[in-house]
Design a binder for this molecule. Structure first.
Ligand code: GTP
Length: 232
């Protein structure tokens, strides 16, 4: 991969104060790809709000890009809950050669109410969501992908997410089917639970920093979750 691996640096957990990098994060090629795709966008060509935000931070002596990630999917799959527990996510990663340089820092804002048409032009990344307990929503996810393929203007990265992972007993879509669809669509795939992700203790934070699991986040606080896609 050009440029070598991305070095991740995340702030401390706001709740328990655990340092993000007590153990080096596990290198994650999917996340590298995802972030690199975001990074390669023509920022000025996107939504006015985004460039305004960026300029404000630049005036204060540093530059942080705000990435809007739209969550799109069938009714009731858990888009709002997901966006809430992930509210004001941050992925911070610095210049690869200079750890002190914040010029490539990103704040991830997951937006659940963006219209699909708006996401074609205004979102930097798109999460297509279905519920693992609702087969129909799985079929709809494939439909959503078709529409995005035809409509998106910036070739934004797409991630397929199966929500409500905690409802395993009422599962109607297997992880294998999710993976198959993601493979067909050519995008990364995760299963998540917004309910389980609310928990935050120092131990959970540490566990998430050091273990490779199929989850989409790594550091938790009550209002904010620092997202690091971390999976095998
Ligand atoms: N068990 C479980 N329930 C969830 C999860 N996420 C959301 N829910 C529940 O699913 C229902 C719908 O969640 P929402 O977040 O409103 O879903 P939505 O996709 O935003 O719904 P619309 O805006 O109507 O399209 C609510 O009752 C949530 O409590 C989850 O991870 N696990």
């Amino acid at each position: 991969m050009p440029g070598g691996p991305v070095i991740y640096r995340t702030p401390k957990c706001l709740v328990c104060g655990a340092a993000a990098n007590q153990a080096a994060p596990i290198p994650n090629l999917e996340l590298d790809n995802f972030l690199r795709n975001i990074k390669s966008f023509r920022w000025n060509g996107l939504d006015q709000t985004i460039s305004t935000t960026k300029r404000r931070w630049e005036d204060e002596g540093f530059s942080i890009h705000e990435c809007k990630i739209a969550v799109i999917g069938a009714k009731g799959v858990g888009k709002t809950c997901f966006a809430r527990v992930q509210y004001s996510n941050e992925i911070m990663f610095p210049d690869m050669l200079n750890e002190m340089d914040d010029s490539d820092s990103y704040v991830i804002d997951i937006v659940d109410n963006m219209e699909m048409k708006k996401s074609f032009s205004a979102a930097h990344g798109i999460i297509i969501m279905y519920s693992i307990a609702d087969r129909q929503s799985f079929y709809e996810a494939a439909e959503v992908y078709k529409q995005l393929e035809q409509g998106r203007e910036h070739n934004q990265p797409i991630v397929l997410v199966g929500s409500k992972k905690d409802k395993n007993r009422r599962r109607q879509v297997t992880p294998f089917e999710g993976q198959q669809l993601a493979r067909t669509l050519g995008c990364p795939f995760f299963e998540v639970s917004s309910k389980k992700q609310r928990l935050c203790t120092r131990d959970i934070c540490r566990t998430r920093f050091t273990h490779s699991t199929t989850t989409i986040f790594i550091q938790i606080s009550c209002a904010r979750i620092v997202t690091l896609i971390n999976f095998n």
